[in-house]
Design a protein around this ligand. Structure first.
Ligand SMILES: Cc1ncc(COP(=O)(O)O)c(C=O)c1O
Length: 353
């Protein structure tokens, strides 16, 4: 039996239709601005997100970091929650690349809200302090269980940020999932922000690629310059952009509803199993964060035992694993994985003292 890989939605392989589209792609040197397929993808994404322009970059991390770099100066301060990808999982890039300090604020249930933000406030306009400059939110929020942020909360936080002179960036690596789960359009979800990063390499199933979306001035000015400086200027990269165009034109975004359904199936098996529980309640999208009771052993141990059933999950903390559904998994594979999770938990539980 082949492995059922629930570690991430980035493990998906291009479909044959996608590969054929990549092979047919018209290309040119994108550093010279001469790749027609990249240009087409960029205008498609800008239009779908209701912004003026977009820039194709290799990864979501680069999209986030360039967005931060464009909207801050050394000595500035960025505000986000402590579980935000930009802060937690981007190699300290905020400090490393931009000399920007981060103020993390914890909201209820792992996501920021207006009361938390407003009661912390921005730094006083006194030269002793860092200048509060940028608010970063994440939708869906990976570490908070793939949760879709409430749009009225997002709007309220962004209004507050704007009033206080902060730029607003959205890490929208999985904005597709947020749109499908909430029924809200991408442009509505993106509207309160100055910049948005979005990934093609996750639920859409493309081999790589992300985009930064924002104003024409920001994209054509600093974002282009920083992409070059970070080594993200690519040449005949239309071959990859073609994969994203294909996915968007063939309903791959809409198909994420199936991934969300599959995540609920996995979640139910967690609820039925001894010694494991849902860290963030029932999943709204495709991420299931599973807490492992120490009596079962560590997250690493649980993942190893589950692998004996040919099911892979990602141990992403001492006592937590993540199961992520994606388009390369069928309903029958999800059922097998759900059963394997129950069997693994039961088997370890029955042996625990
Ligand atoms: C919320 C979020 N933002 C950004 C990224 C970074 O994307 P990449 O792996 O393409 O750098 C990820 C990757 O998993 C993510 O989950």
């Amino acid at each position: 039996m082949p492995l059922i890989d629930l570690r991430s939605d980035t493990v998906t392989r291009p479909t044959s239709g996608m590969l054929a589209a990549m092979a047919r792609a018209e290309t040119g040197d994108d550093v010279f601005g001469e790749d027609p397929t990249v240009k087409r993808l960029e205008s498609m994404i800008a239009e779908r997100l209701g912004k003026e322009a977009a820039l194709f970059v290799p990864t979501g991390t680069m999209a986030n970091q360039i967005s931060i770099g464009c909207q801050s100066k050394p000595g500035d301060e960025l505000i986000c929650d402590p579980q935000a990808h930009v802060y937690l999982w981007e190699g300290g890039g905020i400090a490393r690349f931009w000399g920007v300090s981060t103020r993390t604020l914890s909201g209820p249930e792992g996501v920021l809200d207006l009361p938390t933000l407003a009661s912390a406030g921005i730094r006083p306009g006194d030269h002793h302090y860092a200048r509060s400059r940028l608010l970063c939110l994440e939708n869906t929020h990976n570490r908070a269980g793939g949760r879709v942020l409430l749009q009225n909360q997002i709007q309220a936080m962004c209004d507050w940020a704007k009033t206080n002179g902060l730029a607003r960036h959205l890490d929208g690596a999985r904005l597709w999932n947020a749109s499908v789960a909430s029924g809200l359009s991408l442009d509505l979800l993106a509207a309160p922000f100055d910049t948005i990063s979005i990934c093609f390499s996750k639920g859409l199933g493309c081999p790589m690629g992300s985009a930064i979306v924002g104003s024409k001035a920001l994209i054509e000015g600093d974002a282009h310059r920083l992409r070059k400086a970070m080594g993200g200027g690519m040449r005949q990269v239309g071959v990859v952009a073609a994969a994203a165009i294909f996915a968007l034109e063939h309903g791959y975004m809409e198909a994420m509803a199936t991934d969300h359904q599959h995540a609920k199936t996995i979640a139910k098996s967690v609820e039925n199993s001894p010694g494991i529980s849902l860290e963030s309640g029932l999943p709204e999208t495709n991420l299931v964060w599973i807490k492992i009771d120490p009596r079962l052993g560590s997250a690493q141990y649980f993942a190893r035992r589950l692998k004996e059933h040919k099911v892979l999950v990602a141990p992403l903390g001492e006592q937590v694993v993540r199961a992520c559904t994606h388009r390369d998994l069928s309903e029958s594979q999800i059922k097998v994985a759900a059963k394997a999770i129950e069997q693994t938990a039961e088997s370890i539980w029955s042996m625990s003292p």
